[in-house]
Design a protein around this ligand. Structure first.
Ligand SMILES: O=C(CO)COP(=O)(O)O
Ligand SMILES: O=C[C@H](O)COP(=O)(O)O
Ligand SMILES: [Zn+2]
Ligand SMILES: [Zn+2]
Length: 340
């Protein structure tokens, strides 16, 4: 299979919702991490989502160039070619876009996509995230409304964030406080502002103590049960069971039980970055330390080309990260659920 069309992406999300499982959404920053993510999905016989952050997009364009639109499009073009050789369906997504980045990142991409769609072609991505957690809720939802209308034209799905994900995001640290837990009141305001699909499909990161990064045990208190409570309280008002299709951020370092509870309460997409970063780098560190005198030209020697060839240690990195992606699929219940 290959990259999901908008129709297939909708079908993927519906399948997760109906089948009570979720897709890993893996942040990638290079061709090799992207390949590792797809390989992991294929090995798990799971469909999945690949995403790029604003910093990741800049890096994709060349670490000195930092063109976030070019980097995002390059990532999508690479994924489109590579995915053809793997037997699973993959959707592409842009991660957290803060207010100050809209005009230099997701708006121009969505506008380009709207033109593609108008010309009878497909959008480059299947979804984009507007992260309004740093602005007051009313403004967050105002901007969400506007971006949802653009998302409809682009034939994409919009992800929003209600509440705050803690830890570091785009190099900025969010505090760990009560804002990390979304309230039912805020969730209700979301439905009032955006509807429940009739104005365009959106998926929602309601936060329950999620934090980016991995911390020592006890530092972070995840409360995935509040997702169930919010779903029920909103359902009672709107007359639709589990009204929200949810996204769990900060998937790294979460326990199997926390993840299972989140999925039971409507999570269909879980973002993983830190753990897959480590899984990619760990085998490289091992390789360099074990092959010290091959990768370095020690004491006037010439080193060992077979050991410093980036393919040698790159293969190990790809394998390590793919294995962590398989683990994410196992925890989310997506193993063996590929649709084609
Ligand atoms: O939420 C994430 C990306 O948006 C990933 O979080 P982690 O780095 O904690 O896995
Ligand atoms: O926002 C969360 C992701 O982990 C992205 O991280 P990044 O900004 O370091 O690419
Ligand atoms: Zn955020
Ligand atoms: Zn996140």
């Amino acid at each position: 299979m290959a990259i999901a069309t908008p129709e297939i992406y909708n079908e993927m999300l519906d399948r997760a919702r109906d089948g009570k499982f979720a897709y890993p959404a893996i942040n990638v920053t290079s061709s090799q991490t992207l390949t590792a993510a797809i390989r992991g999905f294929a090995e798990a016989e799971s469909d999945g989502i690949i995403q790029v952050s604003v910093g990741g997009a800049e890096y994709w364009s060349g670490s000195t160039v930092k063109d976030r639109v070019a980097g995002s499009l390059a990532m999508a073009a690479y994924a489109r070619e590579i995915a053809k050789n793997y037997d699973v369906t993959v959707a592409l997504h842009t991660d957290h876009c803060a207010k100050q980045n809209i005009d230099s990142w997701i708006r121009p991409i969505m506008e380009l996509e709207a033109e593609e769609v108008k010309a009878g072609r497909l959008p480059f991505f299947q979804s984009h995230m507007w992260d309004g957690s740093a602005v007051p809720l009313d403004e967050n939802l105002e901007i969400a409304k506007e971006l949802l209308a653009l998302s409809v034209k682009a034939n994409t799905i919009l992800e929003i964030e209600i509440g705050v994900v803690g830890g570091e995001e785009d190099g900025v640290k969010a505090e760990i406080n009560e804002k990390l837990y979304t309230t039912t009141e805020d969730a209700l305001k979301t439905v009032e502002a955006l509807g429940l699909g009739e104005n365009g499909r959106y998926i929602t990161a309601l936060t329950f103590g999620n934090v980016h990064g991995v911390y020592k045990p006890g530092a972070v208190k995840l409360r995935p049960e509040i997702l169930g409570q919010i779903q029920e309280e909103v359902a009672a008002k709107v007359g639709k069971e589990q009204p929200f299709d949810l996204v769990m951020h900060g998937g790294s370092g979460s326990t199997a039980e926390e993840i299972a509870t989140a999925v039971r309460n409507g999570v269909i997409k879980m973002n993983v970055d830190t753990d897959t970063q480590y899984a990619f780098t760990r085998p490289v560190a091992d390789w360099m330390l074990k092959n010290y005198d091959g990768v370095l030209k020690v004491d006037g020697e010439v080193g060992n080309k077979k050991q410093y060839d980036p393919r040698a240690w790159g293969k190990a990195a790809e394998e390590g990260m793919a294995a962590r992606v398989v683990e994410a699929c196992e925890r989310l219940g997506s193993v063996g659920k590929k649709m084609r």
